[in-house]
Design a protein around this ligand. Structure first.
Ligand SMILES: C[C@@](CO)(OP(=O)(O)O)[C@H](O)COP(=O)(O)OP(=O)(O)OC[C@H]1O[C@@H](n2ccc(N)nc2=O)[C@H](O)[C@@H]1O
Ligand SMILES: Nc1ncnc2c1ncn2[C@@H]1O[C@H](COP(=O)(O)OP(=O)(O)O)[C@@H](O)[C@H]1O
Length: 267
């Protein structure tokens, strides 16, 4: 049995405060995009995780899919499974690929073994695996708050626009990116700003990671500038980076950006 585990982008991201547990409270809009990994589970003699496609740093035993399976196995009497992961979503990109893989693994196991887990119960497994992970259980555009793991559904449809993802050849660690942040004073909520027309998002919807990540990796800021020069209505780094997306009102080709970066059109 297999699942297509899609990526997400963040339409704005405000880091509002540092919490006493060391995490940060944030406000963001998660928006699912059409760039997928494939997660497959098959019966096996022992549980392993085999990764094909893009290399995932770290040992296979550290893969979030395996951690998700182990968490479920603690609570349910599950037979051993081989987890095969075809990795297409760039890693360390702010696209939530690992979190999506893990959330889709939880949904797959729930379905294959008829565990009867509710959405809320699967989200709880997700929360223990990573702040982004719970989002991918329902996997529909949502306003996220607290650690980014509490949600209110929000109706946003960008299907009339052309969405382009640009992944510069640098890997940004989420933990390091949060460590470089001083939460800013309260601003207008992203929950309100998102209802402005896309043409008005520039200068309004912000990503609080950009200043510190851009100062460490100027090439990411250059990608954002290039997207605006190429006619983007709106461009922003996704999550803690390094991927930057551009929203265009027409089909574009960005050969100059393709020279040094991976470019994904119409996601
Ligand atoms: C920044 C965001 C924005 O959507 O996404 P990515 O850029 O990673 O995709 C998320 O908040 C990332 O979520 P996720 O990648 O699941 O983070 P986790 O594995 O839970 O945490 C990694 C590390 O980031 C820090 N962290 C994470 C979430 C949060 N609300 N506050 C934090 O301070 C903690 O130091 C934690 O140890
Ligand atoms: N299935 C997986 N896919 C990607 N990364 C994974 C996976 N399992 C564990 N990881 C680890 O999680 C880290 C963050 O990965 P990823 O989710 O792609 O980035 P981001 O948090 O920027 O969206 C990687 O550096 C990798 O070591």
């Amino acid at each position: 049995m297999l699942a297509f585990a899609n990526a997400k982008i963040n339409l704005g991201l405000n880091i509002t405060e540092k919490r006493s547990d060391g995490y940060h409270n944030i406000e963001t809009i998660f928006y699912p995009v059409k760039l997928n990994d494939v997660v497959e589970i098959t019966d096996a003699k022992e549980t392993t995780c085999v990764v094909e496609g893009i290399d995932v740093p770290g040992a296979a035993k550290d893969n979030l899919c395996l951690k998700a399976f182990d968490a479920l196995k603690k609570d349910f009497d599950l037979p051993e499974q081989q987890i095969t992961l075809l990795k297409n979503i760039p890693v360390g990109a702010g696209l939530g690929g690992g979190s999506s893989d893990a959330a889709h693994l939880v949904k797959l196991v729930n379905k294959k073994f008829k565990l009867g887990l509710s959405v809320a119960a699967m989200q709880d497994y997700g929360r223990k695996l990573g702040a982004d992970c719970a989002f991918f259980i329902e996997n529909r555009s949502a306003f996220a708050f607290d650690k980014g793991d509490e949600f209110e559904p929000i109706a946003i449809d960008l299907s009339n626009y052309h969405l382009v993802l640009v992944k510069p050849p640098v890997h940004v660690s989420t933990a390091a990116a949060y460590a470089g942040i001083k939460p800013a004073s309260p601003r207008r909520s992203i929950k309100d700003l998102i209802h402005l027309p896309v043409e008005k998002w520039k200068g309004q919807l912000e990503n609080d990671f950009e200043p510190s990540v851009f100062s460490g990796y100027p090439e990411i800021e250059q990608v954002k500038s290039k997207l605006y020069q190429s006619g983007a209505l709106f461009a922003l780094m996704s999550g803690s980076g390094s991927c930057v997306y551009g929203i265009f009102d027409q089909k574009v080709s960005l050969p100059e950006l393709e020279k040094c970066n991976r470019v994904f059109y119409n996601v």
